[in-house]
Design a protein around this ligand. Sequence first.
Ligand SMILES: NC(=O)c1ccc[n+]([C@@H]2O[C@H](COP(=O)([O-])OP(=O)(O)OC[C@H]3O[C@@H](n4cnc5c(N)ncnc54)[C@H](O)[C@@H]3O)[C@@H](O)[C@H]2O)c1
Ligand SMILES: [Zn+2]
Length: 335
Amino acid sequence: VVTDETVAPLYLERVLDSIAGSAGSIPRDRCIAVAIPAGEQHKTREQWARVTDELLGARCGRDTTIVALGGGVVGDLAGFVAATYMRGVPVVQCPTTLLAMVDASVGGKTGVDTPAGKNLVGAFHPPAAVVADPSVLATLPARELRAGLAEVLKHGVIADAGELERLRALPPSPGSESFSADQFVALVARSVAIKAEIVRADEREGGVRKVLNFGHTIGHAVEAASGFALLHGEAVAVGMIAESRLAERAGVAESGTAGAVEVAVGDLGLPTRIPHGLGAAQLLALTRADKKTRRSTVEYALPRRIGQMAGRDAGWAVPIDDALVLGVLEELASG
Ligand SMILES: NC(=O)c1ccc[n+]([C@@H]2O[C@H](COP(=O)([O-])OP(=O)(O)OC[C@H]3O[C@@H](n4cnc5c(N)ncnc54)[C@H](O)[C@@H]3O)[C@@H](O)[C@H]2O)c1
Ligand SMILES: [Zn+2]
């Protein structure tokens, strides 16, 4: 079981007990647990090596199954360990954040960050199973919960305008107490259904899967430039505002799309502006370091309207001029 130091005291014993206590179970003394320090700054090659070395030290063989217990950081890192350990062993994803339940645990992307950018080293390694229990969200800090709602909003913009209506019905800046257990289950199930349908159609991101990058080209730049002071979901929130403005300016989106995204982001208590101190030129340079870069233009996944993405005939990737990007970044950086 790979987890992090925050999740371990909350849920590790219970998970080990349930693995050892289930039918055809693995004796408790054959389960090992490795905890990495919590946080995006530890989704690194160094932690990948550390976890791998722990498995090697415990003489784990090809019959090992890795259980990723935690948020998207643990899921991506443990998934990448599983993808590479003995040339690949199964991974079971047990997401414990809303973001990991609605997004990171589904679709098989694993990897780590490098100083040059996020997720630049990794592998496709679909989980053998995903087990999500929304009751663990009760201990998730409200700020982390809202960061997860950013990816829910993303799925709404991509494929389901009704999701924005449902999010609008929440109290302002919702926390986990704003949801009943049934609402959580419905929320997670809808997002998983949207993402799974897209991933099933295009697992390796040759085409339609690119739409899932909406908000992420600029979002990743903002996340990295903030030195990870912003959470992934927070950076994606402002990235979605920026990229929907780009979509309108480029004549790709219906007018009003960017405004609707901005209102939805603000209602969720997520950042609607680029944090002070991050320069537009610096962010533009970081968008070019993103792995979605092809040739000398940066391609974006852009909405046509809420609930529908643009660019079907162009492989779902719309090349956008740097000058247009710079203009939008300057607007959002200046308040
Ligand atoms: N693979 C994919 O397709 C994919 C998709 C989206 C995001 N991601 C990645 O996911 C990462 C972000 O994931 P995240 O937002 O889950 O961050 P995270 O894993 O850092 O978790 C957020 C924080 O919440 C804590 N935590 C987790 N579960 C908890 C619980 N139940 N109660 C209390 N605290 C808890 C963690 O210890 C951590 O401090 C990013 O690295 C992003 O790139 C990957
Ligand atoms: Zn994301």
